[in-house]
Design a protein around this ligand. Structure first.
Ligand code: UDX
Length: 425
């Protein structure tokens, strides 16, 4: 078993550290945020992530994980160093490498001889070289090991991945990183660093393309009178297409897809390749936010400023409290821009959020729906399906539901005289 330093305790770092500890390694997680580290030492998890609290608690009581302030305090004791710092989108669409470069420069001088630094953050193609330069340690190898963790199922995804990708120009370093996953049953693919980095971007961009395609098909279904649920069911039986990532929605979002698609398009620009397909994938997504908002505004009828909208769901998808690049926020900004009053409910969001200054947040879906003219569903939280629809009908002033996730049972709603406007059906 190895000693692993994990630099950065966000979604990726905390999941990576906790799961490596679960696999039996000795893990030291570092962050610059002193308060966060103090809470993690007590087993308090700062994010909503299924199963993560249990894995951290087990690792803490087994003495397999430690939390420290400052990257050097972790790295000076470890053989492997996972860089899990944020790589936000810069103003020009490129990933901003400031945090990555700073972390590399900080740990470089204190790394034990012959240790391996691993890029887990999503980084532009060629970043292993950038990290190596900032480490300034010729004896230390830099390996790319991209993450494919979905929020909400990150622990499962780490322990039962579809594949592990390792990019290294040094065979021995690649084998040492592969050995960290010896208890994980998944194909381990070793390639060069640039290919590993491209695999990560290409995978996310492909999935985003699939979603924009499905959302465009949903629009077409509305025009021709087809039902997108049946269309995607029929498509998904084809194993070349697959059943996953075929659900239309109000647009896609989250901390990865929007930034990774934009970054890949910028990478192509840098090499004078116009990746027009990806730009269109982003355009279709913007149009989907607008189309969904317009459905709500149209349902309000004349004088939206005298009307009320109830919104169920604020997070970018169910199973997380993450609001980053949330399609729900995109849609609600447009709806409240029409002048309508908006009252929202989300099981993971207890109070008002700065991105939506005009939107009130309630702690109960039926309270949010009180006197609403239109209800819009924006996140696919399963609990929305089990709300008492008799009470919903009593609470609301109007009888229109814009179901942005095709989540609610139509016949249940129709029996209570609701008009249901879905996506692509
Ligand atoms: C994604 C990738 O899946 C993961 O591999 C990568 O490492 C990080 O980015 P995540 O951002 O957690 O994970 O969300 P994901 O489950 O992929 O969903 C992204 C967006 O697509 C969400 O807004 C979601 O609601 C939407 N989506 C997903 C759909 O609209 N329909 C679908 O069928 C699936």
């Amino acid at each position: 078993m190895a000693t692993i330093a994990v630099i950065g305790t966000g979604y990726v770092g905390l999941t990576t550290g906790a799961c490596f500890a679960h696999l039996g390694h000795d893990v030291i997680c570092a962050d610059i945020d002193e308060e966060k580290i103090a809470r993690l030492k007590e087993g308090q998890i700062p994010i909503v992530e299924d199963g993560l609290d249990r894995v951290v608690a087990e690792a803490l009581s087994a003495g397999k994980i430690r939390f420290v302030v400052g990257a050097t305090n972790a790295s000076e004791h470890a053989e492997f160093h996972y860089l899990c710092v944020p790589t936000p989108q810069g103003s020009d669409g490129r990933a901003d490498l400031r945090f990555l470069e700073a972390a590399a420069a900080e740990i470089g001088p204190s790394l034990p001889a012959n240790s391996v630094v691993v890029n887990k953050s999503t980084v532009p193609v060629g970043s292993t070289e950038v990290v190596a330069k900032h480490l300034d340690r010729p004896d230390v190898r830099v390996v790319s090991n991209p993450e494919f963790l979905r929020e909400g199922t990150a622990v499962q995804d780490f322990l039962h991945p579809d594949r592990v990708v390792i990019g290294s120009s040094d065979q021995e370093a690649a084998i040492r990183v592969a050995a960290l996953y010896s208890k994980v049953r998944a194909p381990i693919m070793v390639t060069d660093p640039v290919s590993a980095e491209t695999i990560k971007y290409a995978s996310n961009a492909f999935l985003a393309t699939k979603l924009s395609f499905v959302n465009a098909i949903a629009t077409l279904c509305e025009h021709v009178g087809a039902d997108v649920n049946d269309v995607t069911l029929g498509m998904g039986y084809d194993t070349r297409i697959g059943k996953e990532f075929l659900k239309p929605g109000p647009g896609w979002g989250g901390s990865c897809f929007p930034k990774d698609v934009a970054a890949l398009a910028r990478i192509a620009d840098d090499y004078d390749y116009d990746f027009a397909l990806l730009r269109e994938v982003l355009n279709v997504n913007e149009a989907q936010f607008q189309r969904t908002a317009q459905k709500v505004i149209d349902a309000l009828g004349p004088d939206p400023s005298s009307k009320k909208v109830a919104a169920w769901g604020l997070t970018f998808k169910a199973g997380t409290d993450d609001l980053r690049e949330s399609p729900a926020i995109e849609v609600l900004q447009r709806v409240s821009g029409s002048g309508a009053q908006v009252v929202a409910f989300d099981p993971a969001i207890p109070s008002e959020i700065p991105q939506l200054p005009l939107v009130t947040v309630e702690s109960d879906p039926l309270v949010a729906a009180k006197n609403a003219d239109v209800l819009v569903v924006l996140t696919e939280w399963p609990e929305f399906k089990f709300v008492d629809f008799d009470q919903l009908a009593d609470q609301m002033r109007g009888r229109t539901v814009v179901d942005g996730r095709n989540l609610l049972d139509r016949s249940t709603l129709k029996r209570r005289n609701f008009e249901v406007i879905g996506i692509g059906r």
